[in-house]
Design a protein around this ligand. Sequence first.
Ligand code: NAD
Ligand code: ZN
Length: 242
Amino acid sequence: MKTSGTGKLAEMLGRSKHTVVLTGAGMSVESGIPDFRSPSGWWRNIDPLTVATIEALETNYELFHQFYTARIKGLDSCLPHEGHHILATWEERGLVQRVATQNVDGLHLRAGTRHIDELHGSIHTFRCHHCQSIATKEQFLNKTSCNTCQSNFIRPNVVLFGETLPQEAWTNALHHIQQAQLVVVIGTSLQVYPVSQLPSMTRGQTVYLNKEVSGNHREFDFVIEGSAKEMLKEVNKVILAN
Ligand code: NAD
Ligand code: ZN
């Protein structure tokens, strides 16, 4: 594992003609959205990995509904942070060609990133779990049944554990990662399949930027240990100074 400063990442970004940024929950922590695996304690001490499942949706809808209602309401007061905005300006300046994210919070889009694949869907749109008809946020929050099939299983358009990823987002992300000269992975523990496989599918260079770095990250060409916002600000300073 090689660890060095943010100057090197700035240099790599400058040299690469095709860069993909892959983000996870750690990217949004500094916007006030907790990740799943850091031991900061989550909602009612319930492990989200057991609620964000098809099984919970189908057999314990009450708990599923409470969990997603808490997540949706928690997002009301959250804004993209400087790191999200920096990634959007890098896209504008041609330094980043694609962002692929596991986050469902929509913060990259709010910050202005346009070329994005939301690999785990979005918590801002809704559908009926039975007939797939589009539903509204109000229908979900108020537990109103589906307009088409009357089912009570209205859900956010997030990918639950046990479900396949949205085909188009996956195909696009994979295509860009295969073309990439540089893949920068930010704020993900890389424990969720199949996104965990993406960094190994490029022929380009790979960088891992995370708050905690372990021996598991030896396969990356370069590792930066630090918080997403602060590290992106530092890299951006170097870019702006050149
Ligand atoms: P994860 O919780 O497994 O891992 C987050 C990683 O980010 C950890 O390695 C942690 O050390 C690191 N981290 C924490 N704070 C950081 C910071 N400030 N800067 C940089 N790194 C930081 O999350 P994951 O790998 O994205 O996978 C979890 C699953 O949960 C995904 O499926 C994702 O869709 C979902 N999730 C999404 C959100 C969101 O939309 N914001 C939030 C929680 C979980
Ligand atoms: Zn329906």
